[in-house]
Design a protein around this ligand. Structure first.
Ligand SMILES: [Mn+2]
Length: 202
């Protein structure tokens, strides 16, 4: 069953880990299509709110050579947006710098037992990455976890989440059909929810 609260707790734990690490720079590797670009923008805004400098690397797919280079450099925060989900073991095995790895993605994945890896994928909490959430949805929720005022960037999540096909449905409809009951926190959130096929409740 899909559970939003445990997923939001995972986002909060990842934020805490990043803050406590004291790391001051981050690399964000992201996919090159709309969802990847929008999730990268949301991720960059969120990470910079934590006082961490960011560098963006845009990729059409996650090349092992890039993973080796980025994770073999200095210790830092490395975020994978809209990619990385299918390569959790590779990301774990190449992390010679003991960097903190955060994956904000919605593709098929597996759990990581590595405490340095935060695999923030809603599929691990029972949601569908094909219907319920795009990477920009995940990055938006992460940004909102970092700082609730970042809801003003919801339009980025709206653009990115249009990658998910299907008829739009409102959060209220979702609630009526036995979804978890969560009040929408702002009109922007409601708008975001209304554009996705089976939106995450907010
Ligand atoms: Mn995507």
């Amino acid at each position: 069953m899909a559970q939003l609260d445990p997923f939001l707790r995972r986002l909060a734990q990842a934020k805490e880990t990043v803050v406590l690490s004291g790391l001051k720079d981050a690399v964000i590797l992201h996919h090159d299509e709309a969802d990847g670009l929008c999730s990268a923008a949301l991720t960059k805004i969120a990470i910079e709110k934590l006082g961490i400098e960011t560098r963006l690397i845009c990729l059409d797919k996650l090349y092992p050579e890039v993973v080796r280079d980025v994770e073999g450099g200095s210790r830092r925060l490395v975020v994978f947006s809209d990619l990385g989900s299918g390569h959790v073991q590779l990301l774990e095995s190449q992390n010679r710098s003991k960097s903190i790895l955060v994956i904000l993605d919605h593709h098929d994945t597996s759990e990581s037992r590595d405490p340095l890896v935060h695999n923030l994928n809603p599929e691990l909490n029972g949601f569908s990455g094909e219907k319920d959430a795009s990477s920009s949805t995940v990055a938006y929720l992460f940004a909102k976890t970092v700082d609730p005022t970042l809801v003003t960037f919801a339009p980025l999540a709206i653009i990115g989440s249009t990658e998910i096909p299907g008829e739009a449905q409102t959060p209220r409809k979702r609630e009526q059909s036995n979804g978890p009951r969560v009040e929408a926190s702002s009109s922007t959130d409601q708008f975001l929810g209304s554009l996705r096929h089976e939106p995450l409740p907010y």
